[in-house]
Structures are given as C-alpha cells and as structure tokens.
Design a binder for this molecule. Structure first.
Ligand code: SF4
Ligand code: SF4
Length: 376
C-alpha cells in the first residue's frame, strides 16, 4: 500500500494520460455529480457532498476539501461502456442495390476513476449480460477489456445505500486495477493507493510513491468501518427469490401501481439495467437509412409489445416485472442478483418508491399467510 498526497493527485492523472487513457470521473454539472472527462484534479467535486433520501438529491458544500465525499449520482459507468444511443449501421440505396455500412467504434482506453464497490459489482453483472454467454457484444467487450478501474472506498453512506445487504460494499475487495482510500486527518490529506492487477501495477510503478505506515493503514480501515456504520437501509435477501416468484399474483403490485408513474427513471439510473430497443430512420429521399440502438425500459408499454399487443398492459405488471427480474429471475438468468444496493432507483424515483420496502412487503404478506395457514 502506497501513499499519494492529495496535492500531488495530478501525478496520477498525468501518468494515466501518458499511458493513453481517457480519464472519466466525478464532476459537478447542473446541480448533480456526474461522470465526465477529467483533465486535472480541479475537475473533481472538491469540497462538495451529496444528500439523498427517497425522491430527493441535493449537493452542498462540505466542511472539508475531500475529492470523493459523496456517494453515487444519477449516472453509472454504463453510460460509457454501453452508451444510451449507438448507431449500429447505415444502409444506402443505390439503384436496386442496398449497401450496408457497419458503424465502427473507437476502442477508447477509459480510466474510470472513483468507481465504488457496488459499481464494480454492477459492471461485473453487465459483463455477464454482454459477453458472459453465447451472444457477445463486441463493442462493450472491447471497451470493458481496455478500461482501467480506479476504485475508491466510500468515505460516507447516504440513507438510500444498502450495499451491505447485497454484499457489494462499501469496502472495495476485488475487480479493481487500483483502489484509493481518501484520508483527511489532523491537517493531513492523502490517499492510500493499492494495485489489484497487472495494469494497476504498471501505473503504480511509474509513480514512485512512499509506502504507507501502520498509522495510515489503520486510518484507512477506520474510513471503511465508519461508512459501514452509517448504512441504515437493509434488505433481507434470504429466500427472497422464492418469495417473489410465489407472489406473482399479490395485490402488492396493484398497490404500488397507484403510486408508480411508469416513468422508467429507476431503469435509466440503475447500473445493471440493460434493456434496449432499435429504431430505424430514413432520409427524405429514401436513399439512406440508419439503425439506432437506444436504452429502453421495461416500464414502457411498447417494451413488451409482440404481435397483437403488449404483454404487460398494467403499470402493476410492469413494476412486478422490474422488481422480480432484479431480485429473483435475474439469478436464474445470470447466476446473481440484478441489484447491487446502490440506492439510485430510490433517490431518482419521483414518487420515492423504495425497492427494499416493496420487497419487504412481499415478505411480510408471505409470513402472515404462512401464520394464517398454520392456524387453520
Ligand atoms: S435496482 Fe436500484 S438499488 Fe438495485 S442496483 Fe438498480 S438502481 Fe441500484
Ligand atoms: S418506480 Fe418510480 S422511477 Fe420507477 S417507473 Fe415507477 S415512478 Fe418511475
């Protein structure tokens, strides 16, 4: 474990640039912390923090100059690995012949800096979706294999975080190339930095940093313990898959439909959601057409459209689809939960619907039904 002084953070950024990485990290834009291009340490939200509750997100000045004293914002890294809009191909009509031109993509080497533990787990879940099986998404796979993950241990939790329930955080344990722990203590401000891969070793070896002493290592552990102690939201995942699949006809789904706007916000902000659609556009002369892939949402009526109509016509059925896919059938499809407990869907739901509360209601109803059955 090495020490990188906060006032020397540009050393890391410069070495990343020398190694031809395009650096993406947290920045402040339009009142939120979003991931964008980083040129220098001044681009980070230094001295800002966030406040999140169901349906509420605010950034505000904090009482220190921390680079990473906030949790996850409305965007996730899927924005870069799996962009919201991608052109797939262009077709040209030339006489009676049609020529197809596949859209090439730039195999950018991204260095993602400030990736949280739950977000690494989300990326690994999308890896399974996009190249873990028979059908491979070459664009995603290339960008992912080229990317460098510079993780950060969370130094605070917000009220919507429940990573401890999903065993996805707050401590970064695997899946990183480099990991940072930010320490502000007794007028000192530095980062513990460690490598977790050969790519990470290569960057670290170019930095010529001092080893961390015992005291710094202890302060690093304290940061993680303090963050863990701040997590108040929990989801009991024991038998959850079975409980949800047994309650497909529960009245809970129609109850949540009375509040759900079917806006799809929860799916857009979710770091694991991957639904997409394709749209074709033609020019007015009808000589050129483009096929565009766009993020879609299981909350739209059109998403479940098959010949003859949509399968999920009610809002309740669409909410049920989303929640049961995340927490139940995802296990069957990809061998893991589809939720990492990042809390984004709770923060960004305009009416504050909370996935942990809805899943808990199903558990309570089931327990009540079991008691009633035993009594009878
Ligand atoms: S379902 Fe909600 S809490 Fe779970 S990973 Fe998606 S956005 Fe995060
Ligand atoms: S649960 Fe909330 S964010 Fe999701 S579709 Fe319904 S209203 Fe929108």
């Amino acid at each position: 474990m090495k020490i990188l002084q906060a006032n020397n953070f540009d050393l890391l950024l410069n070495i990343l640039k020398e190694n031809e990485y395009e650096i993406i990290g947290p920045t402040i834009q339009n009142g939120a912390i979003v991931y964008d291009k980083i040129e220098s340490s001044r681009d980070f939200p230094i001295g800002y923090t966030d406040k999140q509750t169901p349906a509420t997100y605010r950034i505000e000045k904090s009482n220190n100059d921390a680079f990473f004293h906030f949790v996850v914002g409305p965007q996730s890294w899927k924005r870069y690995l799996y962009p919201p809009v991608q052109k797939l191909f262009t077709a040209f009509l030339n006489g009676n012949a049609i020529k197809f031109e596949k859209e090439e993509f730039l195999p950018i080497k991204y260095a993602f800096i400030g990736v949280r533990s739950c977000e690494i787990q989300a990326i690994e879940i999308q890896d399974k979706v996009f190249f873990g099986g028979e059908f491979q998404n070459n664009r995603y796979k290339t960008l992912r294999k080229n990317s460098l993950i510079i993780a950060v241990n969370c130094s605070k939790a917000e009220s919507n975080c429940f990573c401890t329930s999903m065993e996805s955080g707050p401590e970064v344990k695997s899946g990183y190339d480099l990991v940072l722990t930010e320490i502000i203590y007794d007028k000192e401000h530095y980062f513990l930095i460690n490598s977790g891969s050969q790519k990470g070793d290569e960057i670290l070896s170019q930095m010529n940093l001092l080893e961390a002493d015992e005291n710094a290592l202890k302060l690093g552990k304290d940061v993680i313990e303090k963050t863990k102690s701040q997590i108040t939201k929990h989801l009991n995942i024991s038998n959850l898959k079975e409980l949800l699949l047994k309650n497909i006809e529960s009245s809970i789904w129609e109850d949540v439909a009375k509040r759900c706007l079917s806006c799809g916000n929860c799916t857009m902000v979710c770091p694991t959601c991957f639904c997409m659609t394709v749209e074709d556009y033609t020019d007015l002369q009808k000589t050129k057409a483009e096929r565009i892939q766009k993020w879609d949402s299981c909350f739209t009526l059109e998403y479940s459209y098959i010949h003859g109509g949509s399968v999920r016509v009610s809002v309740g059925s669409r909410y049920r689809q989303w929640l049961t896919h995340k927490l139940a059938s995802w296990h069957e499809q990809f061998g893991t939960s589809g939720c990492v407990g990042c809390g984004r869907c709770i923060t960004w739901c305009p009416v504050g619907i909370d996935i942990t509360e809805e899943a808990s209601k199903i558990r309570k109803i089931s327990e009540y039904q079991n008691i009633s059955l035993e009594e009878n």
